[in-house]
Design a protein around this ligand. Structure first.
Ligand SMILES: Nc1nc2c(ncn2[C@@H]2O[C@H](COP(=O)(O)OP(=O)(O)OP(=O)(O)O)[C@@H](O)[C@H]2O)c(=O)[nH]1
Ligand SMILES: [Mg+2]
Length: 306
């Protein structure tokens, strides 16, 4: 019997901040490769996760949320998202069922035709359906399809998993025929150092209030695999002000300690071995104007030019 024809392709997940793109990527991959928080603008650069669907390999590209950028970092994030979309075989636009056709979604639709590649299919995924009544969903689906010519519409809950398999099946048939692009056991295309830095940034974002999470970045400075199978990971948390350093550290360093414990536990689960994590907080007032920091994040500094 002939083997099933293999297929492989890139699927970009785009949408407003907080739509649930990273949650969907993680669900498709079956592991947490992209960080998730209840706050907007969590994802800062493209994150690739690899998922299988029968004989198709789907490389999901999680992107930063699309919004009106003001700062250099914001502009670079939004540019990274559009590049991710333009390079993909299929685009999936996620919107929140609870929010509907917002001004932000309207702006994305207005830009989509200009940014998408010719003939590139665009699917609509209405997410967070676990939070709305079914009758409202049908009306929203109608409204969205009146507004834009989508190649398909899916009602999903990325968090609970509803509808996700239907979307996966559809995507499996849409990506082009061809050999798989990644080894079968690979789930992410992101350096481990970056994943480790992202885990710490997630724990900081969950723990810190207000604007602070948007003004810090985390980098893995050193990674040493030890003979006993454990790893020593040294990371730097860059903040913009002395006052922020105090908040990130907390009283007697208790905030950094709690963040470090949570991050270490998750790194150990991801890596499957013990981790010794050392966090240091540094004040760097202009890190958001620092091209090295953008490189470390996987962003293009020039994309941030006004
Ligand atoms: N109720 C519900 N919540 C969801 C669902 N999907 C995602 N969320 C929540 O929505 C919030 C944002 O999810 P993310 O996956 O970080 O969203 P994102 O689109 O990646 O956000 P950015 O990276 O900021 O652009 C988190 O609190 C998720 O737990 C869903 O299907 N139902
Ligand atoms: Mg995200």
């Amino acid at each position: 019997m002939a083997e099933a024809e293999t297929r492989a392709g890139f699927v970009a997940l785009i949408g407003e901040p907080n739509a649930g793109k990273s949650t969907l990527l993680n669900r498709m991959v079956g592991a947490k490769v992209s960080i998730v928080t209840h706050k907007v603008q969590t994802t800062r650069a493209r994150v690739r996760g690899v998922a299988m669907a029968d004989a198709s390999q789907l490389i999901f590209v999680d992107t930063p949320g699309l919004f009106q950028p003001k700062r250099r970092l914001d502009r670079a994030m939004v540019a990274a998202a559009w590049t991710g979309a333009a390079d993909a075989d299929v685009v999936v636009l996620l919107i929140e069922a609870t929010q509907g056709l917002t001004a932000g979604v309207e702006a994305i639709l207005a830009a989509l035709d200009e940014k998408r590649a010719a003939g590139q299919p665009v699917l609509l995924a209405i997410n967070k359906i676990d939070r709305v009544q079914a009758e409202n969903l049908l009306a929203l689906s109608q409204k969205m399809n009146d507004r834009y010519d989508f190649d398909g519409t899916f009602m999903i809950s990325a968090e609970k998993g509803h509808g996700v398999e239907d979307l996966r099946k559809d995507l499996a048939a849409r990506v082009p025929a061809g050999p798989w692009l990644y080894p079968e056991d690979q789930i992410a295309d992101l350096p481990l150092r970056t994943i480790a830095a992202e885990i710490t940034r997630e724990k900081l974002t969950l723990r810190l209030h207000q604007e602070l999470p948007y003004q810090l970045t985390v980098e893995t400075e050193n990674w040493e695999d030890r003979p006993d199978g454990s790893a020593r990971i040294d990371q730097i948390i860059y903040v913009v002000r002395d006052g922020h350093k105090g908040i990130v550290l907390g009283k007697k360093g208790e905030t950094t300690k709690a963040v470090g414990q949570a991050a270490r536990a998750e790194m150990e689960e991801f890596l499957g071995h013990r981790v010794h994590l050392f966090l240091q907080v540094k004040v760097r007032p202009n890190w958001q104007e620092d091209s090295e920091r953008f490189d470390a994040m996987g962003l293009d500094f020039k994309d941030g030019n006004a």
